[in-house]
Design a binder for this molecule. Structure first.
Ligand SMILES: Nc1ncnc2c1ncn2[C@@H]1O[C@H](COP(=O)(O)OP(=O)(O)O)[C@@H](O)[C@H]1O
Length: 318
């Protein structure tokens, strides 16, 4: 019975993440890759500051409404996961100044891999061998499905450059965030709200310093004054991000960072799949193969990994 309930919650969180981040993704592209007059928006730190601040306020409001158990998580854990979470966002948004949106999304679709590897090396998590295989199937399927063939024109051919390095850095940061979250989850099992509140509190402080010390704040204010139309995108971006993040933290605190990254990665796949179906585009054989890999990986994972996860300390103490 409890099992079915937790499965229903998993599906509910996953669908909510899909919906929120679908809108979030469109706005992210609009903000980072859109043209404003003949200018581009490049205030990445300010953008991340808005995200963290709104996430913090959102969690704070939610926490006001009911009583919570005392959170015993070490501040050093929250601080380090906040720092890597922040660097992960800064580098992935910065990458968009060098590579286009599909390239960034395909690159970041590999997220479950660093989350898994660093979760084992640093987060003290143990996975059965088959779990590596299923995750590998899902990630390779998503990447195959979304990967765009290189442009035939030699001048369009892009070298491995700053954008790609930023994506790799971002993936490493995401993996480290997951690893620290894994430890938090197993040592003190805080609520989703407490995790969201503390992570965003520390990241807001760190990124505020960055925005002020780098002087980006002035550039941001002048950009918004000249192009006020961006405010509506920024508002929508922050709001859908905060709502989506609430479900992300529900997922992380209840099921862990790996299932969470598998959901966010398949979300990207389903977004592209839906647009292919809606616009009646034909799938290339490579995409068919990718889709089969994704569905096989998901299917196998659901049927063979069920109930095999390590219980948390709190569950053991119950
Ligand atoms: N484990 C996590 N802990 C905290 N925040 C997360 C986590 N996973 C995702 N997020 C938040 O959700 C946003 C979207 O994540 P995701 O869909 O994986 O896309 P991205 O490729 O931008 O990382 C991230 O920018 C981050 O703010």
């Amino acid at each position: 019975m409890a099992k079915t309930k937790s499965e229903i919650r998993f599906i509910f969180y996953a669908v909510s993440i899909f919906i929120c981040y679908f809108i979030f993704g469109m706005l992210q592209e609009k903000i980072n890759r859109g043209k404003y007059g003949n200018e581009r928006f490049t205030c990445t730190l300010s953008l991340v500051l808005i995200t963290c601040l709104v996430n913090y306020i959102f969690a704070k409001i939610l926490m006001l409404s009911w009583k919570h158990e005392k959170d015993t998580t070490r501040t050093a854990y929250y601080f380090s996961s906040a720092l890597t979470y922040l660097l992960g966002m800064v580098t992935s948004n910065m990458a968009l100044q060098w590579v286009n949106y599909p390239t960034q999304v395909v690159g970041k679709a590999a997220k479950p891999i660093p989350v898994m590897i660093l979760g084992v090396l640093i987060g003290r998590k143990v996975y059965p061998l088959k779990k590596y295989f299923f995750v590998f199937l899902i990630v390779s399927g998503v990447v195959l499905f979304m990967f765009k063939d290189q442009a035939k024109n030699a001048t369009d051919y892009q070298q491995f450059g700053i954008g790609e390095i930023l994506i790799l850095l971002s993936l490493t940061m995401d993996g480290l965030t997951g690893a620290v979250q894994e430890r938090i989850k197993s040592e003190s099992s805080p609520t989703a709200y407490a995790m969201m509140l503390n992570t965003n509190w520390w990241s807001t402080i760190i990124v505020s310093l960055g925005v002020v010390l780098s002087g980006e704040i002035f550039k941001f204010i002048s950009f918004v004054t000249i192009h006020p139309e961006i405010i509506i995108y920024l508002t929508g971006f922050a709001f859908t991000g905060a709502l989506g993040q609430l479900f992300i933290f529900y997922m992380v605190s209840e099921f862990g960072p790996l299932p969470c990254s598998v959901v966010t990665t398949t979300r990207k796949f389903f977004t592209v799949l839906a647009s292919v179906i809606i616009f009646g585009n034909v799938l290339y054989p490579r995409q068919w193969f990718g889709a089969i890999l994704v569905f096989s990986g998901l299917f196998l994972d659901i049927f063979y990994s069920k109930g095999k996860s390590q219980p948390t300390k709190r569950e053991l103490n119950k």
